[in-house]
Design a protein around this ligand. Structure first.
Ligand SMILES: [Zn+2]
Length: 603
């Protein structure tokens, strides 16, 4: 017996009431994913799944225009800039590009360009076999705008939502591939250079290895680590990350400086920027498509990830006349690569238990290379998806990696199913604590009902609690949390503040800091921004959770006492009280300073 799944119902069959509910659900879900993607750099779903949500939203709105919500996702792109950085309004908006996936779409794009021009002298220039197009690898990174006045870098900003970005000048200055002063000559008095901040795969692996060793969560892909690194509140962190920059466009300029895109790129190079050496000036549509096919085959050999090719009409005069259509220019197109797929055997289905008790299924695969990356795990999403695809252990499955998030199992090769394969039975008990795992009506996830008696949930919550985007307790990473939990030192978040320095100091790898080190740590803590200055998502989320999480509701921080003593000893626990306000000075002190020092690991 199953509750009707409205989310899966075709748009044409929705009643008005259901459509209303769906629009509300989609608005919330899309906002959630936007937040993860733009502000947290940690997407949970693939781009394709995200696009599907948006498509469904648009389709429902088209059928029920009177139900369009004030907060409809179709009314905005991207997410508003996070707090913690000053906002920058782009004087020339940073546009997004029209996407194409099939060669047919690319031909259509050029046909539209041709049809735009009527004069005979133009027709020759935009003919299918003659039109000049700059084709550039589309780097999977983070767009940035760099403003130069009198040849000096004065402002570096992220794209944000295209209209308003964030001032990340201090971080931008740490990039070695971005000149502080423009080289050569001939640059306009004011020019805003635009391009992509990215990280090569080698750098990405190194950063992740470091994080893994420190017990911190790893990044999903180079784009996320590039974005996360550029949007650090501490430029010293950015400086340690091997970020690079390719220049490929411009915003405001005080005067014209080129007649074609190719000429502009040549100037950028002379002024000291890296421009992508694989960019090529193509003549005619056939050449453009050949370039795309070529790059699709050789992309794995590039040191960085690309997810397609960008085509730009080369002559700026034509660009200007073409202008834009709603949010995207008519003179450019992003031709994406198809998602990459491979087949392999699924050895097992692993169930992990999250912080809120959600049981998540992951496919354990025979290692297989998908788009140049070895894949051993892939997401199966949830119980319904396993059922819908009828994925069985031992099956040969199709794994897809879309250049971005966690690879996913998209289907089964039925012909290769072993005879003895049986339908997968999703566990009804938590694999960790054996409590009943239940599904509430209408929910996709099955949850362990064990609450904090469930080791998985307890440890996951503790990890969350000490993580950088929460209480930011330096030195107390995932590994230590698990170990402390196992030894009974910490059972719930409040225990962290009751830890005695003596108890920790005896453990391997920990010792009491010397006085000089303590003072140094103090200084560092003071430099670290207090949490209320951080982006919203990085502010503490109170550990006892919200009602419905299976955690007790109520003013959660009143549960927490902290050790107020300088040396982690004795002035005794002090009530912090409920802490709703970012302006609360005690609260600020509590998170910014002392207890972090308590747990700093000995060198
Ligand atoms: Zn459990």
């Amino acid at each position: 017996m199953k509750a009707p799944n409205i989310a899966a119902r075709p748009v044409e069959l929705l009643t008005e009431e259901e459509a209303k509910g769906e629009l509300a659900r989609l608005a919330a879900e899309i906002a959630h994913h936007d937040q993860l993607y733009y502000a947290k750099d940690a997407p949970e779903v693939s781009d394709a799944e995200y696009d599907e949500l948006r498509r469904r939203n648009t389709a429902i709105e088209a059928r029920f225009p009177e139900l369009i919500r004030a907060d409809s996702p179709s009314r905005r792109v991207g997410a508003a800039p996070a707090a913690g950085f000053a906002k920058v309004t782009h004087r020339v908006p940073m546009l997004s590009l029209e996407n194409a996936f099939a060669e047919e779409d690319v031909r259509d794009f050029f046909a539209t360009v041709r049809n735009f021009f009527r004069r005979p002298e133009d027709l020759a220039r935009v003919a299918e076999d003659a039109i000049e197009v700059m084709a550039e690898p589309k780097i999977d990174g983070l767009s940035a705008a760099l403003r130069y006045e009198g040849g000096r870098l004065v402002l570096g900003a992220t794209r944000g939502d295209g209209v308003t970005g964030e001032d990340v000048t201090a971080n931008i200055r740490t990039l070695k591939t971005i000149p502080e002063r423009l080289a050569g000559s001939g640059w306009p008095e004011v020019i805003e250079i635009r391009g992509e901040v990215y990280m090569e795969r080698a750098g990405f692996f190194a950063v992740n290895a470091e994080r893994e060793a420190a017990g911190e969560p790893v990044f999903a892909n180079p784009r996320n680590v590039a974005a996360g690194s550029l949007r650090q509140l501490d430029p010293a962190v950015t400086a340690r990350r091997p970020l690079k920059f390719f220049a490929y466009a411009w915003g405001e300029t005080s005067g014209p400086f080129a007649r074609s895109h190719a000429e502009a790129l040549a100037h950028f190079h002379d002024w000291g920027f890296s421009v992508n050496p694989h960019s090529r000036l193509c003549r005619g549509v056939a050449e453009v498509l050949a370039y795309h096919r070529d790059l699709a085959e050789t992309r794995a050999a590039l040191p960085y990830d690309i997810d397609g090719v960008v085509y730009k009409i080369n002559e700026l005069e034509l660009q200007n006349r073409l202008g834009m259509r709603s949010r995207a220019p008519r003179w450019a197109l992003a031709h994406k690569f198809a998602a990459e797929q491979a087949q392999t055997v699924m050895r097992d289905i692993m169930i992990t238990v999250g912080r809120q008790g959600t049981l998540t299924p992951t496919a354990v695969l025979e290692p297989v290379t998908v788009g140049g990356v070895v894949v051993q795990r892939a997401t199966l999403h949830n119980e319904d998806e396993i059922q819908r695809k009828d994925v069985r252990i031992g099956d040969t499955v199709i794994v897809q990696r879309a250049g971005d998030v966690i690879p996913q199992v998209v289907g089964v090769v039925i012909e290769r199913r072993p005879k003895d394969a049986e339908p997968y039975q999703f566990p009804e008990r938590c694999p960790i604590c054996d409590s009943l795992a239940v599904r509430e009506p209408g929910m996709a996830a099955r949850r362990c009902t064990g609450g904090l008696i469930c080791a998985a949930q307890a440890v996951e919550r503790l990890k969350h609690f000490v993580a950088r985007d929460c209480f930011d307790i330096e030195g107390l990473g995932e590994k230590h949390i698990s170990a402390f939990w196992q030894d009974g030192l910490i059972r719930q978040p409040g225990d962290i503040f009751r830890l005695k320095a003596e108890a920790i100091a005896e453990r391997e790898g920990w010792r009491r800091l010397g006085r000089g080190q303590r003072e140094e740590a103090d200084r560092r803590d003071r430099r670290a921004p207090p949490h209320f200055a951080r982006p919203l998502h990085q502010r503490p989320r109170y550990p006892a959770g919200r009602p419905g999480d299976g955690a007790p509701a109520g003013p959660p921080l009143s549960l927490i006492r902290r050790v107020a003593a300088r040396d982690g000893g004795g002035a005794g626990p002090r009530q912090l009280g409920a802490c709703p306000s970012a302006r609360c000075a005690r609260h600020r002190r509590g998170h910014g300073g002392r207890h972090r020092r308590l747990f700093r690991r000995a060198a």
